[in-house]
Design a binder for this molecule. Structure first.
Ligand code: SF4
Length: 361
């Protein structure tokens, strides 16, 4: 049994916030590659009830794992305040993530607060679906209009093995249907494809959701964090995924919905809808990356594969005015030059990167 690596949570390992005492509002910051901030991903909990092997392997994230104490996680009021600040800097989309966001008590209240504070923001949430049936109506009433559900296989044995919590696929499929009937349609469905684990189920997944209006996004297995044992051999390149689907259901690429959209869109030629491909490994998309990530404990991460973040919570809790926080974020963004997926190597893959469950995918 190889030595279990307990990842050091970044808490307390924050990067120093660059000087930001220039006068006046910071405007819309662009980073060193000319990329603005459009999407904000907010992790509302570092906990999850699944132990997906590519994200929170059980042998690492066990009962003794040092999860964040409650006092360290951002309150709803702090999340809304930071979201307002980021809105002033240009964000137009907020994705609530985790861990598993539906585990955060009163998540629908946070949705309502964000919807009230920022009604023009495209508000969405990524969930493993385990509590979606219970929460769908409340989330929609609170203002949520879109949702993404992670579903890595339709084969029950494979799905249970991949979530490593013995959770049945039927319950997630039922929750997707229920969420759609509650007004959260079309649902986006994320499938992380790992060679030799679930790649044989790619075409079944495409077939199941074709013509339903729901959109499957096939995601290349990524070297996120430092604990999922990533190997290039386990990656199924997006070109191969498209080829496999295309053999059964002819398709063609179609235009993105907006600049910097993560998924490449493919539409079925017979009009039965579309699917997406997220290919961080074989077709990097860093050049248009306009995504910022806020960890559960209030640190700003400028890349999914970063090792450390910038502690904004300290500023928030020190009583700094919003404009000062905005200038701090702008100063951080101005010096940003992340493009990890363009420079990924077998060596970089081993770096002690922040865990995806801490900053949300
Ligand atoms: S690797 Fe980092 S910079 Fe590149 S697209 Fe992903 S989050 Fe953006």
């Amino acid at each position: 049994m190889s030595k279990v690596v307990i990842p050091v949570t970044p808490a307390g390992r924050g990067l120093p916030i660059p000087p930001h005492d220039a006068a006046g509002p910071p405007g819309r910051p662009a980073d060193r590659l000319g990329r603005g901030i459009r999407d904000l991903r907010i992790s509302v909990t570092d906990r999850c009830n699944f132990r997906c092997t590519y994200c929170m392997p059980k042998e690492v994230f066990g009962p003794d794992y040092p999860y964040l104490p409650h006092a360290e996680i951002l309150t709803f009021e702090e999340i809304v305040r930071l979201a307002r600040v980021f809105h002033g800097l240009g964000i137009r989309k907020i994705r609530l993530t985790g861990g598993e966001p539906l585990l955060r008590r009163g998540i629908e209240d946070l949705v309502a607060m964000l919807f009230e504070a920022l009604p023009d923001v495209d508000l969405t949430l990524t969930t493993n679906g385990s509590a979606l049936r219970q929460k769908a109506v409340a989330l929609h009433s609170a203002g949520l209009r879109r949702i993404t559900v992670s579903l890595d296989s339709l084969d029950d044995a494979t799905f249970r093995a991949m979530n490593d919590a013995d959770f049945p696929v039927a319950k997630v499929l039922d929750a997707i249907d229920f969420a759609a009937s509650a007004g959260l349609a079309p649902v986006k469905v994320n499938m992380v494809v790992k060679r030799g684990t679930n790649d044989a189920h790619v075409v079944d997944m495409a077939k199941h959701f074709r013509g339903t209006g729901h959109i499957v996004r096939f995601i290349e297995f990524m070297d996120v964090g430092a604990t999922n044992g990533w190997r290039m051999d386990d990656v199924v390149p997006s070109a191969e995924i498209v080829r496999r689907i295309g053999e059964f259901f002819p398709c063609e690429p179609t235009n993105p919905n907006h600049a910097g959209e993560v998924a490449k869109r493919w539409r079925y030629l017979d009009g039965q809808g579309e699917f997406g491909i997220i290919s961080s490994v074989t077709e990097a998309f860093c050049s248009s990356c306009n995504r910022a990530r806020l960890s559960t404990d209030g640190s700003l991460f400028t890349c999914l594969f970063a090792e450390r973040g910038f502690d904004l919570k300290r500023l928030v809790r020190s009583g700094a005015p919003d404009e000062d926080i905005a200038r701090a974020v702008a100063a951080i963004w101005h010096q940003r030059e992340d493009r990890y997926s363009e420079i990924r190597t077998a060596e970089t893959a081993k770096a002690r990167k922040v865990e995806m469950s801490f900053i949300g995918g």
